[in-house]
Write a protein that binds this ligand. Structure first.
Ligand SMILES: [Zn+2]
Ligand SMILES: [Zn+2]
Length: 558
C-alpha cells in the first residue's frame, strides 16, 4: 500500500472517529478483528475511552504492524482480560506513547504481566539489536525496539489488581466485573456497565474462553446477561477430539522418539501450556508410561516459563482447581518430577544442542516466532529421529504455523535453510480454547439473546462462518473489520473498517516500512487531524501554524 494511501486512510479514519466520538457510546475494533492476535477494543462513553486488551500482533497482520490507530494519551483506562501476549503485549508501547490511566486486571494477571512484559521487552531489545547489526553491515541506520525494559517497567505502577466476581467502580459511569474464564491462570471475561445520559449498556468481553476438563484450571464460568457481547472464535469452526488421551499419546511420542535416539522438542507458550506439559509429564513418569527410559530428562529452557512455573507453585497456587489443590494437600508437587532440569543461561541452552543424550526440551515462544525454541528447531528439525510436538494455536504467518501446516519441506532459521525431516505432532487436545460446541454453549447461556454479538479473535473465514451460524440461530451477529467503529445504541457501523491486506501487500509494506517509519506516518495523520480541528481559528493563529508546518516540511524535504 502506498504511503499516501495509508496517510489518507488514517486521516479519514481518525476524522470519522473524531466526528462521531463526541456523542453517544461507541465500540471500536483495533485488533483481533478477523484475525487471532493483537486483541484491542475501545469503548467510548461519557467522553471517556476504555481500552479492553492491548495485545501484540503475531505472524501476519493488517499492515499497520504494531502502531496504534489512535493517540494513547487520549485513552482514559485499560482493562486486560488475561496475560497472554496477544492480549497484553502492547501495554508498554501504550504507556511509552502517552497513556497515563489505570490498568485493571485480575490479581494473577497482574502478577503474570510483570514477568510477561519484561520478557517481551527483552525480546524486543534483542531483535532490534540483531536487526541493527544487519543494517549496520548494509550501511543503514540502526533499528529501534518497539519498546524497552524501561518502558515495560512504567506499566507496573499503573496496574490495579482486582478480585474475581467483585463489582469494581472505575468512575461514576463505569463499572466492571471479572469472571473466571478457565483459559489461563487469572483469565477472565469482563462485564462492563457503561452509563451515558442516564442510559446504561452492559457489554461483555469474552477474552479467550477456556475449555472444560483442564488438568489445573477451574471450569470456565458463564455470563447470563448482556446487551452487547464481544466474543472470541479461535476454534469456531472446529471440534476438539475430546476422547484423545493426551497423557497416553504424549507418552507414546516420548517413548518412540527417545528409543530412536532423538529429542522431543515442544514449542510451548511460556505461561499456561508449559505448566500443562509439566503436569502431564509428571503423570507419565508417575505411571511409568515410558518403559524403555522411565528416568528420561526434561529440560525447561525458557526463563519466562521457569518464572511462571514458580508463580504457579507459589503466589498463584490458590487459583488452581480443586483436584490440583488436593494433589498438593497429599504432598505431590503437580509441576515437578525427577529428571526436570531448568536451563538458566543462553550458553547452557546452546550447550543442549551439543549433548546427544535423547531428551525432552520444552522451550518458547509457543508459535516459534522468537526465543530459544528457534535454536532447538534449527538443531532438531532436520533429524529424522526427532519429534516436534505443538500444543497450542499457531497464528497465520508464524513459523509454527508454517511447520504445522506441512506445506514446506524446509524453513529458514538464522539465515540457514533447515530441512524438515523429523516427526511433527499437533496436540490440539491440549488447547485451552473452547471449541465450536463450547462456544455455542457459552453464548446460549445468556438468558436473553444479546442485542448484538461481535465475533472476533478468529481467522477471517472462521469469524465470518461463526457469525453466519449465529445469524442462522436468530442472533444479530457481526464479524467486525479492523478499525471499524459501531454505535452501541443501534449496533450499526459508523465506520466500516477495512479489509486485511493480502500477504503480497503485507510483504511489500513490511519491506518498505520500519516501525519508526510507521510511527512517523501516524504522527503525520495526527498533524492533518490537528489542522482540521483548527478550522475557524483566527487568521493570525492559522498563519502561524501554516508557517511552522511549512518550515518543518522544508527542513525535512529530501
Ligand atoms: Zn489467551
Ligand atoms: Zn488470545
Amino acid at each position: 500500500m502506498h504511503e499516501m494511501t495509508i496517510l489518507f486512510h488514517g486521516y479519514f479514519m481518525l476524522k470519522e472517529m473524531r466526528k462521531e466520538w463526541s456523542f453517544d457510546m461507541k465500540l471500536s475494533f483495533f485488533g483481533a478483528a478477523r484475525e487471532v492476535t493483537g486483541s484491542c477494543f475501545c469503548v467510548e462513553a461519557d467522553g471517556k475511552r476504555t481500552l479492553v486488551d492491548c495485545g501484540l500482533q503475531q505472524g501476519s497482520n493488517n499492515g499497520f504492524g504494531q502502531a496504534f490507530p489512535f493517540h494513547p494519551g487520549e485513552i482514559n483506562y485499560a482493562v486486560i482480560t488475561h496475560a497472554h501476549i496477544d492480549h497484553s503485549g502492547r501495554l508498554p508501547l501504550l504507556v511509552k506513547q502517552g497513556f497515563k490511566g489505570s490498568i485493571y486486571a485480575t490479581e494473577p494477571t497482574c502478577k503474570l504481566l510483570e514477568i510477561m512484559l519484561r520478557d517481551s521487552a527483552h525480546i524486543q531489545e534483542l531483535e532490534a539489536m540483531w536487526a541493527s547489526r544487519k543494517k549496520k553491515r548494509a550501511g543503514d541506520p540502526a533499528s529501534q525496539p518497539l519498546y524497552t525494559m524501561a518502558d515495560a517497567e512504567q506499566v507496573f505502577p499503573l496496574l490495579v489488581p482486582c478480585k474475581y466476581d467483585e463489582m469494581i467502580e472505575i468512575d461514576d459511569n463505569k463499572t466492571i466485573r471479572f469472571t473466571d474464564a478457565g483459559h489461563l491462570l487469572g483469565s477472565a471475561y469482563v462485564e462492563m456497565w457503561v452509563t451515558e445520559d442516564d442510559k446504561t449498556k452492559k457489554i461483555v468481553f469474552s477474552g479467550d474462553i477456556g475449555t472444560s476438563g483442564h488438568p489445573t484450571l477451574r471450569t470456565p464460568g458463564f455470563i447470563e446477561e448482556a446487551d452487547i457481547v464481544v466474543m472470541e472464535s479461535t476454534y469456531g469452526d472446529r471440534t476438539h477430539e475430546h476422547s484423545f488421551d493426551t497423557v497416553t499419546e504424549l507418552a507414546k511420542v516420548i517413548e518412540n522418539t527417545l528409543a530412536k535416539g532423538g529429542n522431543v522438542v515442544c514449542p510451548s507458550f511460556a505461561i499456561g501450556r508449559t505448566q500443562d506439559l509439566l503436569f502431564h509429564i509428571r503423570e507419565i513418569k508417575e505411571r511409568g508410561l515410558v518403559q524403555s527410559d522411565p528416568d528420561f530428562l526434561v529440560y525447561l529452557d525458557s526463563p519466562l516459563a521457569t518464572a511462571a512455573t514458580r508463580l504457579y507453585s507459589g503466589d498463584l497456587v490458590k487459583y488452581l482447581n480443586e483436584d490440583t489443590l488436593s494433589l498438593l494437600d497429599s504432598g505431590i508437587q503437580p509441576l515437578s518430577f525427577d529428571g526436570l532440569r531448568i536451563v538458566e543461561t543462553a550458553e547452557d541452552s546452546k550447550r543442549l544442542n551439543d549433548d546427544r543424550t535423547p531428551k525432552v526440551i520444552i522451550s518458547s515462544a509457543g508459535m516459534c516466532d522468537a526465543g530459544r525454541i528457534r535454536h532447538h528447531l534449527k538443531h532438531n528439525l532436520w533429524r529424522q529421529e526427532c519429534s516436534v510436538v505443538f500444543t497450542g494455536f499457531q497464528a497465520l504467518g508464524t513459523l509454527g504455523r508454517t511447520i504445522v501446516d506441512g506445506i514446506v519441506s524446509s524453513v529458514s532459521l538464522f539465515g540457514e535453510e533447515i530441512a524438515i525431516r523429523c516427526e511433527i505432532h499437533n496436540f490440539r487436545s491440549m488447547s485451552t480454547h473452547a471449541d465450536k460446541g463450547e462456544l455455542f454453549g457459552w453464548i446460549e447461556h445468556f438468558k436473553k439473546k444479546p442485542e448484538c454479538v461481535f465475533v472476533v479473535h478468529g481467522e477471517e473465514e472462521t469469524c465470518r462462518t461463526f457469525a453466519l451460524i449465529l445469524i442462522e440461530r436468530d442472533y444479530k451477529a457481526i464479524a467486525p473489520k479492523f478499525s471499524s467503529i459501531y454505535d452501541l445504541k443501534t449496533c450499526e457501523a459508523i465506520f466500516k473498517g477495512r479489509d486485511l491486506l493480502r500477504r503480497s501487500d503485507l510483504e511489500r509494506s513490511e519491506r518498505r516500512e520500519s516501525p519508526v517509519f510507521q510511527r512517523l506516518m501516524l504522527a503525520g495523520m495526527r498533524l492533518v487531524e490537528v489542522i482540521s480541528r483548527n478550522k475557524g481559528g483566527t487568521n493570525k493563529d492559522l498563519a502561524k501554524f501554516a508557517d511552522q508546518v511549512d518550515a518543518l516540511s522544508s527542513k525535512w524535504d529530501r
